[in-house]
Ligand binder design. Sequence first.
Ligand SMILES: O=c1ccn([C@@H]2O[C@H](COP(=O)(O)OP(=O)(O)O[C@H]3O[C@H](CO)[C@@H](O)[C@H](O)[C@H]3O)[C@@H](O)[C@H]2O)c(=O)[nH]1
Ligand SMILES: [Mn+2]
Length: 728
Amino acid sequence: MGDSTGSKSSTIHVPLHTRVPLSRTSANRVFAFLYFLAILALLYHRCIALLQSFTIVSLLILMADAVLAFMWATSQASRMCPVGRRVFIEHLEHYAKETDYPRLDVFVCTSDPYKEPPMCAVNTALSVMSYDYPTEKLSVYVSDDGGSKLTVFAFMEAARFAALWLPYCKKNKIVERCPEAYFRSNLSWFPETDQIKMMYENMRDRVEKAVQKGSICHDYIPNEGEGEAFSRWTDGFTPQNHPPVIQVLLESSKDKDNAGHTMPNLVYISRGKSATLPHHFKAGALNVLLRVSGTMTNAPVILTLDADMYSNDPQTPLRVLCYLLDPAMDPKLGYIQFPQLFHGINENDIYGGQLKLEFQIEASGMDGLVGSTYTGTGCFFRRGVFFGGPSKTPELNQDHLVNKSINSKEVLAMAHHVADCNFEKQTKWGTEIGFRYGSLVEDFYTGYMLHCKGWKSIFCNPKRPAFLGNSPINLHSTLNQLMRWSVGLLEVAFCRYSPITFGVKSINPLTGLCYAHYAFWPIWSIPITIYAFVPQLALLNCASIFPKASDPWFLLYIFLFLGAYGQECLEFMLAGETIQRWWNNQRMSTIRGLSSFLFGLVEYLLKFIGISTFGFNVTSKVIEEEQRKRYNQGIFEFGVPSPLFLPMTTAAVINLVSFLWGIVQVFKQRELEGLFTQMLLAGFAIVNCWPLYEAMVLRTDEGKMPVKITLISITLAWALYLASSIAF
Ligand SMILES: O=c1ccn([C@@H]2O[C@H](COP(=O)(O)OP(=O)(O)O[C@H]3O[C@H](CO)[C@@H](O)[C@H](O)[C@H]3O)[C@@H](O)[C@H]2O)c(=O)[nH]1
Ligand SMILES: [Mn+2]
């Protein structure tokens, strides 16, 4: 970057970053080989059994095992060469001066002032506006898909508050630059802190009052310019149908903070929408941001953020520069992804909300191949990746500079033009250019297609989390979010570019398998559902379907079971987690399989044949106090009579009954051998189902299982038992 080649050659020995294979690599490979042999043996055993006596049960079990084998094999791809990385921000000065830094455009997406309180988005924006980065090179673009006055009002307030907040953070070298998190933690106190805190709280009150009332009090609008902005919300204006609204709230070349320093640009955008045209949810919003920012600042580096993902480390962009400004860096590097980490997760992470395996362990594994997936937020892109493959993209620094004021008539006219809902008609946006359309997990799909085009990526996982977000704290939201992902992932799994056919060829086989593992994630529901019901129904009918405990094949089952669980547990431990957190995570894997994944599969099929129009249902970030209390105590939250809970409660009933029935048989016949494995399985399920039994029978609070669900599941269990007695 830049033309400082002379100084570069003398300092090239100080590295900007390192990449080392993790020490577990060889162990992973040996274990994978052994486990692979065991799976072959199991499948052989299962096929023989099927040939000897063909029953529906042995067919189901074979199917379950085949899916498990597929999921296991694809999961191993990310275990083959995991790597760890480090960057050295302190060496950056040897490579570039601040004036050489590339400009940075930050995109913040928000979409509903009632599900994502504007203050949440404001905090996110303030946390990035105060980055340790040359402010004149920094622009923050806020996309409001809710098209709400309340949001634009909140950001007007934020722009004013930023004039105080930015110099305060920089002068006092505050690390926590998300105001809400800073004032909550109260780590450092300076003479002006009290005043700033008061200003912050006043702002929050005004915004929250406006949201509560649904309108903005006239006294809150200090100048005419701002008042005028609101006139764009005419009578026919609805969130689904309105012309684009673009408002420059801060302009770097004009606005100064209270200490007289430049401010970053801050631009509010609510793209045009029409009820008759598809808007492609978040991918559509991001593409508008790409274009609008292109007319204004056109920075070569882009950071995408969700409203709730605030920056937790002001040096984050410098970390990214350690890769982007390294002259030896692979020019195919397209994006740098930081892990999704969350604040407010309870001690034992009862809903497995961290998604440790997916967001961190497997990401390090993919990083050793061509790079981690894009997870929608906390990701720095080179702008060029959205406009072509690595061979066609211009150099990082060759972005054409836009010299006009971003608030000038011409620029604004252009910006409104590219934000209009008709702009994309007959263009390649969403297919060849920009973020991809066609999947509810636009992030996963976009990252995948970038890899297919030849781009690479890096997973950057610093000790201090770079970003922190919200994770749902009630089970129903968690499961709904996972259901949306399931539908989106299946859309990728079965599209023209399926990882299993296209990905393995165009990227490389191992990365293709990693992507296949995620894309087919929801088919976990097949083995989980089969293993949650079939062996237990067989037990109730006194039919033995597994080898006896004295049979040598029994050991194979034990090895496969303990091997898979043991490896996962070990990986959790190595990532610094506790046993309880691992345990809760494995429970959630089962729960997901019996709810989100199962319903996701069905929704996908319905959508595929055109019956359902399942869309992007935004996860609510508003938290009820009572729910928060129960969550903090580690109590499961059911509360709503949702069909999502039915398969798991039915499984809980059947497992309990079959286990008790098995015990009775043992006492009656004193013969346990043939049914031992099935009883073991039911016993294991019962331990896992404990929170369900509590919620169904023992609890009286608001979050307990609705009686309706309990009654229906008992009926279902009974019906299943009757049906099964015909099959055995
Ligand atoms: O029509 C829409 C719908 C959503 N969003 C934004 O998308 C983001 C993510 O929505 P959220 O409800 O929080 O979804 P999550 O499931 O928590 O998000 C994960 O999964 C999404 C894909 O399903 C990714 O886009 C996200 O980055 C990733 O964090 C939020 O900022 C929304 O404002 C829009 O801008 N427009
Ligand atoms: Mn989210």
